[in-house]
Design a protein around this ligand. Structure first.
Ligand code: ZN
Length: 152
């Protein structure tokens, strides 16, 4: 597992961490599997969305603000319930397939750390679980003395 450090500069901000996550996947050295991207915070989140037009990340924040959560009479004494609700709405993790050491993101997709109660320095955990196919292939080769994809 790799731990990324993300320093946010605003109270609410989406930070593109695609390059850092891809770097962590490369460092972890697992070529094929599933990459989990998880943030262990209660007022932050991880999402995947368009990274071509910077207006999209602004619009995501604007869309969440449209709920007008600051007008709700929440009970939580700390006063940051809108941030907690946004964290739960967006979610604290994502999973992306990895093949040949590369994240299988779409052409227009980027991975974003979502800050809802900043600015702060935050953690993002990245772990790749290796796929089972090579193990199945080896087991089949032992059993049959042959190999080949068409037998799976
Ligand atoms: Zn709180």
């Amino acid at each position: 597992m790799k731990t990324l450090s993300v320093t946010t500069r605003a109270n609410q901000e989406l930070v593109d961490i695609t390059g850092e996550v891809q770097g962590a996947v490369r460092d972890l050295g697992i070529e094929d599997g599933v990459c989990f991207i998880y943030t262990p915070h209660t007022t932050a989140a991880i999402t995947i969305n368009e990274n071509a037009d910077p207006d999209v990340k602004r619009d995501i924040l604007k869309g969440l603000d449209h709920f007008q959560l600051e007008k709700v009479d929440f009970a939580h004494m700390e006063g940051n319930s809108p941030s907690h609700v946004k964290s739960s709405l967006v979610g604290c993790s994502q999973a992306v397939f990895v093949e040949g050491g590369r994240l299988l993101l779409g052409t227009w997709q980027g991975i974003y750390f979502c800050e809802f109660d900043g600015p702060r320095t935050r953690k993002v955990l990245v772990k790749v679980l290796g796929g089972a196919e090579p193990c199945r292939k080896k087991a089949l080769q032992r059993k049959t003395g042959r190999g080949g994809d068409n037998q799976l």
